[in-house]
Design a protein around this ligand. Structure first.
Ligand code: GN1
Ligand code: MG
Length: 354
């Protein structure tokens, strides 16, 4: 995006510094994210929130701000400056809202950049997996006493399998013949796994698994680490809302244990890494010790399979719908993502049963 535009949006926020430069960060599939370097000591993350996907952006931004405030309240003796490097901190627009509504209808929000932090799209180190597990455990602990009634449902039924399955089934009905032909193999796999993949939702609806405040987008690229591989915090809190821990555990495993990127086309490179599963689980269990029920713990492996499956059918659905939802860079991008996730399920099933 052109410098003048980014600069003018940046200046709609209350930061008391000058724009120096910006760079787009390309990891998300929904929003547009930019790192803005300023003339002061603080740098910023400026983000355009996709309002086709997120229907209530002010509500979403409020969710993020109150979640950060709740987490910050757990560190009463830490200075604001230090906290801003440890917890996501949002910057007000000049009119005091935590977002800026541009005349073209786009919503923007801004955060303080956490210095010297790194993200991992792909995990190649067991310690990162372990630290990632600790970060999620910590996030769930810190938000466990947060009244989830204060949060809006940013995307209703976001991880509900029956909702995603219905979207998938309707995309099969309306898809072009050309695209449908390419997915025949996968529609069979979906049919075979359908019942097993609804178990977690059934347990949730029966009240057997408790609803807590969850993050809901725990792919490993949404965790910040320092240069010494220690976890700093989880980022991208757009989807924080009530959910079950299995969504968070499973989605993290989906990305940490994939030996390749989510859209790797060469499926020989896609394997499930059991060592990283164990390392992540270790970190997660250390931090959540004593606070999870037996049933929550028993269903962690199924959580991994279910979250890989839900992403597989979401990518497949978007492919059949001619790529309306996720950003894509080539024609079969969503199909490749779906194939990748189906391969990961196969590898997961093989490794966990052996
Ligand atoms: C989307 O945009 P991003 O990368 O934060 C999606 C997640 C998926 C993810 C797959 C709101 O997240 O559910 O897991 O892509 N977010 C939304 O990479 O749909
Ligand atoms: Mg996200």
């Amino acid at each position: 995006m052109n410098t003048e535009i980014i600069k003018s949006i940046f200046n709609e926020f209350d930061h008391k510094s000058n724009y120096v430069s910006h760079a787009e960060l390309n990891s998300g599939h929904i929003n547009d994210t930019f790192l803005v370097k300023s003339s002061g000591t603080t740098n910023y993350i400026l983000q355009r929130i996709n309002h086709a996907v997120f229907k209530d952006v002010p509500g979403l931004v409020n969710n993020k701000v109150i979640t950060s405030n709740h987490i910050k309240s757990k560190y009463p003796n830490v200075s604001e400056e230090k906290l801003n490097q440890k917890v996501l901190s949002f910057v007000k627009a000049t009119n005091s809202d935590f977002y800026y509504l541009k005349k073209d209808g786009d919503f923007w929000n801004m955060m303080i950049f956490i210095d010297d932090s790194v993200t991992h799209e792909l995990v190649q180190d067991e310690e990162i997996a372990y630290e990632g597990g600790k970060l999620l455990g910590e996030f769930l602990n810190l938000t466990s006493d947060f009244d989830s009634a204060q949060l809006i449902d940013v995307i209703p039924n976001f991880h509900d399998m029956s909702f995603r399955y219905a979207q998938y089934a309707s995309s099969v009905q309306s898809a072009s013949k050309k695209r449908l032909e390419k997915v025949t193999k996968y529609t069979k796999i979906v049919a075979d796994l359908r019942n097993e993949m609804h178990i977690l939702q059934e347990l949730k609806e029966a009240g057997s698994i408790p609803v807590r405040v969850t993050h809901n987008d725990t792919k490993i690229a949404n965790s910040l680490f320092d240069k010494n591989k220690k976890g700093i915090c989880m980022i991208d809190t757009d989807t924080v809302m009530p959910g079950i821990i299995h969504y968070d555990f499973g989605d993290a495993i989906r990305t940490i244990c994939n030996t390749a990127a989510e859209d790797e086309k060469d499926l020989c490179k896609v394997e499930f890494n059991l060592r990283y599963y164990k390392a992540y689980e270790k970190g997660f269990l250390e931090k959540t010790k004593g606070s999870l029920s037996k049933i929550e713990l028993n269903y962690l492996p199924l959580a991994a399979k279910t979250m890989i499956f839900i992403m597989a059918i979401r990518f497949l659905t978007d492919y059949l719908n001619n790529d309306m939802y996720y950003k894509t860079t080539y024609e079969e991008h969503n199909l490749d993502r779906a194939k990748n996730q189906f391969k990961l399920i196969a590898s997961f099933s093989e490794k966990l049963s052996s």
